[in-house]
Structures are given as structure tokens and as C-alpha cells.
Design a protein around this ligand. Sequence first.
Ligand SMILES: [Zn+2]
Ligand SMILES: [Zn+2]
Length: 246
Amino acid sequence: MLLAGVARIAGVGRAAVVQWRRRHDDFPVPVGGTGVHPEFDRAAVLAWLLAHGKIEMPTRTPTGALLMARPGGGTRTFRLDDPLLTLAEDASGEDLLSGWSTDDDADTLATLTDTGSGGALRRLTMPGTVAWAVPGGVRVLDRVRTGAGGLYVTLAWPAGLRGAASPRPTGGVIRHALPYSAPGEACACRRQECGGLVPAGWCVEHGDAAGPAVEWHPGGGLRCAVLAGKAGSGGATVAVSGTLPE
Ligand SMILES: [Zn+2]
Ligand SMILES: [Zn+2]
């Protein structure tokens, strides 16, 4: 796993993990990657985080909840036990989500995502990460029956489509609009670090969602990170904010 993955597990920023590496001689040595993007063994990292009190041993199995769109309208909630989310760092990559499921749920999931464009994940809630949403392209990648009879399901979707989930109960991905020109004084839209904005319905400049936008992208997603990196510190590393825009 990469530094960003370690940070997600520990619930801290990437910079904090870099500090830990610097200060602790016993921080796991990379097993691969590059000097800038070292890769660590997941088990070694977890052991280190536990030993140093950065995380605690969970007392019960964590679960993830997926709010999936139904093709005919409405949503359905699925549960994944002991979920594992692997986020791609590149828009051309794929995010992977695995966990334990039931036969019925896995069948229904496969049906809901077996459309030409894949399924839509309105909201993914699980411990240790912000709520994500994916407007399409979700599919069941794998179903593995273990010796003990459990069913381990893996979902995949294009990383470039992933974004922060809307706080609305029905979910859906928050999108940012990149306007043609800088917002004027009358603009009431919520401005984002990436340079995009979330148009307010009453904004005289941007209220028409289709109007000034030249590009829509999933808020909190990879495109946001790239844009924010260009506009700001110059670091193009994905640094997803831990807070959800309202
Ligand atoms: Zn505006
Ligand atoms: Zn953005």
C-alpha cells in the first residue's frame, strides 16, 4: 500500500505518515514502489500502527454500506462485512472494493450492475474513509467462495468517476463546475479548492447549472486533486479533504 493508503487507515493526513517514517526507526521499510511513492506491506503497516497506538484493534467486524441506484429508480442498500477499499491514485486506474456478502445480495448486486454502463453507487459508507459515490461504471469483478462457505465479493469502477458523496439521503456524487470566468461579487456558489464551484440555484451568474460551466467533475475525486495541485501548492498528490461539502 502507498503512503496515502496508510494515512487513510490511520485517519491522518499523508504528511503525518511521512513524519512517522522520519521519526521512527522501526517504521516498516518499503517493499516496492519508488522513493517518492514507496509501497509498504499492508500487514507490516497494520502491525506498526497497532504497536504505536495509531489505530486500535476493532472489537467487532466493521461493515460497509452501499447505496446502489436501481435502474428503474430508487435505491437499495447492500452490506459488505470487513470491507477493503483500494483507491487508485490515477484517473485511468480502477478502484476496488471487497468484502463478505450473502448469495442473495451478490446476485442482486450483479443484476443491478449488469447494464451497459455499469451500476451507480449513490453512497459508500465505511469506517476509515469519507463517503464516496460513483455515478456509473460499477461492476462486480469477482465472487469467490471460500472453503468455509463464505462469499467474498469484489466490485470495481473507473477511478476517474469517483467523487465525494452528496449528504442528501438519496446520495449521488457531488460535482464541481469549472466556470469560464472567475466568479464575480454576486456569486453565491460554494467555491472549491480545486477552482471549481458548486452552483447555487439562486446564483445570478451560475444558477443555471448548464450555463457557465466548461467542465463538470466529481468533487473530491481525482480531477479535483489535480486541479487543486495546479492551483495551489504544486503537489499533485491526491489529498482528499476529510470533510464533506454540504
Ligand atoms: Zn455563482
Ligand atoms: Zn473539484
